[in-house]
Design a protein around this ligand. Structure first.
Ligand code: ATP
Length: 328
């Protein structure tokens, strides 16, 4: 069957993540390799609605594989949530002769792509780009590995000050609904306790655990808290409660915030992005649509977008046990 796809658009949408540029580069170069035209869409779906497009050849993506953020910029577009907004986007895509788009983003961006496909029967593909690793259908999302490394590096620094002053640090990391970053970075950084939304440890058990560690001779501690953890209302209240009920350490809070999203992508994220870009372009050439590319057991796999959106990625429970054993 002759390839129906002659021109592909690529955009980044939702929260930015390290590795997005490497994915843009891969989509653009894969298109060049297969003699398909490629167009970059600026500012996510909002740029699509406004026709903010730029032709992208293989050389246009030089020197970006190592850069964080996204050269195409990202945005959240309320207008794309409306039928009129999506109609404008469709009209621009048609005007430019674009046959399909690849969106790099999270589940919200995939929902937008799916709605668009259902309305206009327009081929769409997704690349999971979010530091949260909360997308079903892939072991890793783009940016997650880099974010883990960033968090571990910062906690290492916090450990220096914690141990110098006999302090207990609560370090809040990103993860509204899932605790992947907290759990993995917590184990990697040697945290005393890791609080994640999936497990409600409870305040009493937290205090018990801190008592145990103090008794065992530890003079400082680090507790990693995912943003969405359910124990305290927020990390500051949690710290206050612990200070009142366990007055043996000076307690400090550090909220890592947006620094977790920035920075140079790790080698892992660059390689993953490169593989994902090739896979989506090849899949579009094969006539596929409405799919997200992912990596499972180191193999590239495709998952239907609606399953990727509805499904939940699960935390690795083995790590909970490892963390417990490591804090003996
Ligand atoms: P992150 O994981 O960083 O939040 P995301 O891709 O989930 O990334 P969202 O802000 O949820 O980020 O979604 C990005 C954009 O996708 C929205 O601003 C909107 O333009 C589009 N979008 C989301 N949901 C829908 C929907 N139901 N219909 C149409 N468009 C949508």
């Amino acid at each position: 069957m002759e390839n129906q796809i002659k021109k592909i658009a690529v955009l980044t949408s939702g929260g930015d993540a390290p590795g997005m540029n490497a994915a843009i580069r891969s989509v653009v170069r894969s298109c060049a390799y297969y003699n398909i035209e490629c167009v970059g869409v600026y500012r996510g779906y909002q740029g699509m609605i406004e026709g903010d497009f730029k032709e992208m050849g293989a050389r246009s993506v030089g020197n970006i594989i190592n850069k964080g953020g996204t050269i195409l910029k990202s945005a959240r577009s309320l207008e794309f949530m409306t039928k009129e907004g999506r109609q404008k986007a469709y009209d621009y895509l048609k005007k430019e002769g674009i046959d399909a788009f690849v969106v790099i983003g999270g589940d919200g961006s995939f929902t937008g792509a799916l709605v668009f496909n259902q309305e206009f029967n327009f081929p769409v593909m997704g690349i999971p780009g979010t530091i949260d690793n909360d997308i079903f259908g892939t072991n890793y999302t783009l940016g997650y590995d880099t974010a883990l490394n960033t968090v571990v590096e910062v906690i290492d620094k916090i450990r220096d000050t914690a141990s110098s002053h006999n302090r207990l640090f609560f370090v809040e990391v990103m993860g509204r609904d899932v605790g992947h970053i907290a759990l993995n970075a917590g184990v990697g950084a040697g945290a005393e306790e890791i609080l994640i939304p999936e497990e409600n440890l409870g305040l009493d058990r937290l205090i018990e655990s801190l008592k145990k560690s103090k008794k065992s001779g530890k003079s400082s501690s680090i507790v990693v808290v995912a943003e969405g953890d359910k124990i305290g209302k927020n990390v500051f209240e949690l710290a206050e409660y612990v200070e009142e009920n366990f007055p043996f350490y000076e307690v400090r809070v550090s909220v890592l915030g947006h620094m977790q999203r920035g920075g140079t992508p790790s080698c892992f994220d660059r390689v993953l992005a490169s593989r994902m870009g090739v896979k989506v372009v090849e899949s579009l050439i094969e006539g596929k649509s409405n799919l997200m590319v992912g990596v499972i057991d180191n193999k590239m796999v495709l998952t239907e977008l609606d399953k990727a959106i509805k499904g939940k990625s699960k935390i690795n429970r083995e790590l909970l046990k490892v963390s417990d054993i490591m804090t003996t």
